[in-house]
Ligand binder design. Structure first.
Ligand SMILES: [Zn+2]
Length: 171
């Protein structure tokens, strides 16, 4: 396993639409392992493949709290098939927009079809933090990040802050 470098805004890669995975083979599974390790090391609760530079429709998520057992979830080619009419607001963050947070409103529940780590077709009905996390990560697959929901001015401020952070890290 390996920790992969995380792409941050304003990298144009984050605006790209990811492609479906054709087959879940050992190469894909090795990549899933690396994604999970990268997410845990960051640390974060969700990561999309594009955030580590690969345009595959893949997400890894683990929303277990520190005092719970790890609960890694793998979503390959996920498709949201239903969203609730009720909305939830969460203060969201993103490993590609480090240390910046904003309230984002999304459907409170969603149903998702996906392929799991073993290549089996699955469906999940998510609510709470998991529903938000899935929708946040699915946005990445379509070239959208959470600051795209904010005003242009706020977005600009966030991007400048991230650029400064990244510069400081490199020094
Ligand atoms: Zn994100």
């Amino acid at each position: 396993m390996a920790i992969l470098p995380i792409v941050t805004v304003p990298d144009p890669l984050l605006k790209k639409v990811s492609e479906p995975v054709e087959k879940v083979d050992d190469k894909v599974r090795a990549f899933l392992d690396d994604m999970l390790e990268t997410m845990y090391a960051a640390p974060g609760i969700g990561l999309a493949a594009v955030q580590v530079g690969k345009l595959w429709r893949i997400l890894v998520i683990d929303i277990a709290s520190d005092d719970e057992e790890p609960n890694p979830m793998y979503f390959i080619n996920p498709v949201i098939t239903w969203t609730s009419e009720e909305f939830n607001t969460y203060n969201e963050g993103c490993l590609s927009i480090p240390e910046q947070y904003a309230d984002v409103e999304r459907p409170a529940e969603c149903k998702v079809d996906f392929i799991d780590y073993n290549g089996d077709e699955k469906e999940i009905h998510a609510d709470g933090l998991l529903a938000t996390c899935i929708q946040h990560e699915m946005d990445h697959l379509n070239g959208v990040v959470f600051i795209d929901y904010l005003s242009k001015i706020k977005r600009g401020i966030y991007v400048r802050k991230v650029k400064k952070l990244v510069r400081e890290k490199e020094e």
